[in-house]
Design a protein around this ligand. Structure first.
Ligand code: HAM
Length: 426
């Protein structure tokens, strides 16, 4: 038994899986290209203060961060999400001054959260995320949702649902916080420890509690909508109109507040309705943030974005029977019969240099065993390097589909392979 194993909540992604990942990542990059988003890569760890912002009430910041310090240097944290690092970078490199606004950035990579692992929830996981910074418009909010939506659609997922809400502007949230404080003031002592902390720090997040969701005080909570300013209502209406215009179906969930603290106005979650998605059904989620750029000492600029859990995307693709990572057969397999030295390696290398996917036989093996490799690798053309033929400077080249075989001069091998592959492709 292996004594060395991946740490809890982490996983190896083996070759059969990485092929699928690569295909999905390529699809994502291509959608980003069409939407005009450029990639940004920020460090996997940052100063802790990039993530741990004053008075943050989220579980992610308070309970789930991998924080460490080395040689008495300042505290560092493995990134639990991408947004904070991207905004830190946006301000540090003054992108607001030297780029066309909005800045349209995307990222893909590992994130780390100390959570209880289960299917679809890991301690190291991968997110694809986008951030659109510098222009506040309901059209951008809708465009961002459309970007994520077109990725899940292009992948072929059909059982998904878009859920949207608005948290309004500062004034709306202030009104709402006061109403919530009033509403929960007599019951807060009965609620869980987290809710008691949320009551003080950010009462909106009481609505996100999984433990007390059935507590009587949760049943008749005041509605966010009734606390919204006219401007906030109007902003949200325009987001919805844009989603209608793009024919993106959605549901409004007045209690959707999201797990992170920085959101203002539009918030959304896109969830799978497939029975196998279980409790970790959110494929991508995000929203607008009016205060983050300023928090990092940049100008007052708003942004909007989302992040998509790639492990979840892969799980759902599989559950919906979407076939990914199909492997094509190789072009050329070079066989070795007898003592032929480096010749098979040379021929495979020359074929590769001409753009053909090629492999050669390494071990001394029977012809039969080598033909098994040809089958397994679904090679289209076989080059047979035999000791006898080689004395005359010749090899045999065989097309697998037609079984035609020719004997050619060594310096004509690549040319013959090319002709056979061309004919095969017709
Ligand atoms: P989030 O809701 O914390 O948002 O995470 C976004 C997505 O990451 C989730 O919907 C889920 O698919 C995936 N995810 C989160 N935690 C885990 C986990 N432990 N294991 C597997 N997948 C996970 C954010 O991270 C924000 N930064 C999104 C955003 C970008 N908002 C604005 N811009």
């Amino acid at each position: 038994m292996a004594d060395y194993k991946t740490p809890r909540g982490t996983q190896d992604i083996l070759p059969a899986e990485t092929r699928k990942w690569n295909e999905v990542e390529e699809l994502i990059r291509s959608v980003c290209y069409y939407y005009g988003y450029d990639e940004i890569r920020t460090p996997i760890f940052e100063d802790t203060k990039v993530f741990k912002r004053e008075n943050d009430s989220s579980d992610m910041v308070n309970k789930e961060m991998y924080t460490f310090s080395i040689h008495q240097e300042d505290s560092l944290t493995l990134r639990p999400e991408g947004t904070a690092g991207v905004i830190r970078s946006f301000v540090q490199h003054k992108m607001f001054g030297n780029m066309e606004m909005p800045a349209k950035l995307y990222y893909m990579g590992e994130m780390f959260r100390y959570e209880r692992p289960q299917k679809g929830r890991y301690r190291q996981f991968n997110q694809f995320g986008v951030e659109n910074i510098g222009v506040k418009s309901p059209l951008v909010d809708a465009e961002i949702i459309a970007l994520g939506y077109s990725i899940v659609k292009a992948l072929g997922l059909s059982q998904i649902k878009v859920i949207v809400n608005t948290l309004g502007d500062d004034e709306s949230r202030k009104n709402y916080r006061e109403k919530l404080k009033e509403h929960f003031k007599d019951s807060v002592a009965d609620l869980c420890g987290d809710c008691q902390r949320r009551y003080e720090q950010n009462p909106l997040r009481l609505l996100d509690c999984k433990i007390d969701k059935d507590h009587p005080s949760m049943l008749n909570v005041p509605r966010m909508h009734d606390s919204l300013t006219e401007e906030s209502k109007e902003y949200f209406q325009e987001v919805l109109q844009a989603l209608d215009a793009l024919e993106i179906p959605y549901e409004i969930d007045d209690r959707l507040v999201r797990g992170l603290d920085y959101y203002t106005h539009t918030v959304f979650e896109v969830v799978s309705t497939h029975p196998e998605s279980g409790s970790q059904a959110t494929v991508f989620a995000g929203g607008r943030y009016d205060g983050l750029v300023e928090y990092f000492h940049g100008p007052q600029m708003s942004g909007v974005g989302f992040a998509m859990g790639l492990e979840r995307l892969m799980i759902l693709a599989e559950a919906e029977g979407i076939e990914l990572g199909k492997q094509d057969g190789i072009d050329v397999y070079v066989m070795a019969l007898g003592n032929v030295g480096t010749k098979p390696l040379e021929i495979a290398t020359a074929c590769r240099a001409n753009g053909f996917v090629s492999e050669f036989n390494i071990l001394p093996r029977s012809l039969k065993a080598q033909f098994k490799s040809v089958d397994r690798k679904q090679a289209k053309v076989v080059v047979i390097v035999g000791e006898e033929e080689l004395k005359d400077h010749k090899v045999n080249v065989k097309c697998v589909a037609t079984q035609t075989q020719v004997t050619v001069d060594l310096d004509k091998v690549v040319e013959t392979v090319e002709e056979m592959l061309e004919k095969e492709g017709e």
